[in-house]
Design a protein around this ligand. Structure first.
Ligand code: TXA
Ligand code: MG
Length: 308
């Protein structure tokens, strides 16, 4: 049976309360959501994605007032970031409250929490009351979905993959949330994302450990976010033109100074390269500032050697 796609929040609530899986729109990417307090439902998320069970999930909640319910205690930095950035593309890692299921945290003593900014999902979370454990709604290791159609194409055919897709249109940010580990001092950015690292540094008056190479949140392996065709990185527009001239039918991306738009379209373009059977993607690297950090991180991963 084809997966149902809907804008009906009542239906989504019913599925979630029954232990089912709903793909939810967020401002970053679509998530594959289950009731975070239902162990069997959360296990189904891992099975649907083909994701190793030791890779923890983010708990999505309706508002910042719910953070203390998921944390053993709220570190000062987490409170500052939540207050300034939620709802929005930021995840804080905090010491977990006792009731948080091991299946959600991969057995870790910490939990990732975020308040997404999308009207449909805000209504859903408000009415659901609890937390929704949700990774990005793609098969493990593939490009995250930024439209309902991407989700249907990735998970629609997977038996037990997704029960319902809540269609909130294309995701406006287009890259995942910034993940900040607030269990360490100074805090550390584990994954650059929709909230620029510079903003995190500003909010915490610089008390942020310097990023050490590519994002290192567990489960963030090199060669994530990859299309099937090769991804080649060009340091400049001129270099991209030169690289593309050596290839047959490549797709050149990132020929823009508008990083908001580059991020919005990034995953759709990577998918399109495969759909159009392009020989390769030639991606122009944006400057390492603002949203550029997240775009560069995803491009480096998409370009990583996929052997093994
Ligand atoms: O924007 C987003 O963050 C999207 C939307 C759906 O909210 N979600 C998302 O989830 O990207 P996922 O599972 O694809 O990536 C979450 C990352 C994983 O690399 C996971 O290992 C890390 O967050 N993570 C979650 N909880 C963690 C924890 N307690 N400690 C360290 N890393 C954690
Ligand atoms: Mg993911």
């Amino acid at each position: 049976m084809p997966v149902r796609v809907t804008t009906d929040v009542d239906l989504a609530l019913e599925v979630l309360r029954g232990g089912g899986l709903v793909a939810i729109p967020t401002e970053t990417v679509y998530g594959l959501a289950a009731d975070a307090s239902n162990e069997a439902a959360v296990r189904r998320v891992f099975a649907a994605k083909g994701r190793p069970v030791d890779h923890p999930l983010i708990v999505h909640v309706a508002d910042a007032e719910q953070l203390p319910a998921w944390a053993a205690h709220v570190p000062a930095a987490a409170a500052v970031l939540a207050d300034a950035c939620w709802p929005g593309p930021l995840t804080v890692i905090v010491p977990k409250a006792a009731h948080v299921l091991d299946v959600v945290t991969g057995g870790r003593p910490s939990v990732g929490v975020r308040v997404p900014a999308h009207p449909l999902t805000t209504e859903l979370l408000d009415r659901f009351g609890g937390g929704l454990a949700a990774p990005s709604a793609n098969r493990f290791g593939r490009v995250s979905p930024t439209t309902a159609e991407h989700v249907v194409r990735d998970l629609g055919e997977v038996p037990g993959g997704v029960d319902l897709v809540l269609d909130g249109g294309p995701c406006p940010v287009g890259v995942e949330s910034t993940i900040v580990d607030c269990t360490v001092e100074p805090v550390q950015v584990l994954r650059p994302g929709g909230i620029p690292t510079e903003q995190v540094e500003r909010l915490l008056a610089g008390a942020v450990a310097p990023a050490s190479g590519p994002s290192r949140a567990s489960g963030m392996l090199a060669s994530h976010y990859a299309p099937h065709c090769p991804v080649l990185l060009a340091p400049s527009r001129a270099e991209a033109v030169r690289m593309a001239s050596d290839l047959t039918n490549p797709l050149v991306i990132g020929d823009t100074d508008d990083l908001v738009r580059y991020a919005q379209q990034l995953y759709d373009l990577l998918r399109r390269a495969d759909d159009e059977r392009r020989s390769a993607v030639v991606a122009i690297l944006p400057p390492a500032a603002g949203l550029g950090h997240a775009i560069r991180d995803r491009l480096f991963k998409a370009a990583a050697d996929r052997a093994g």
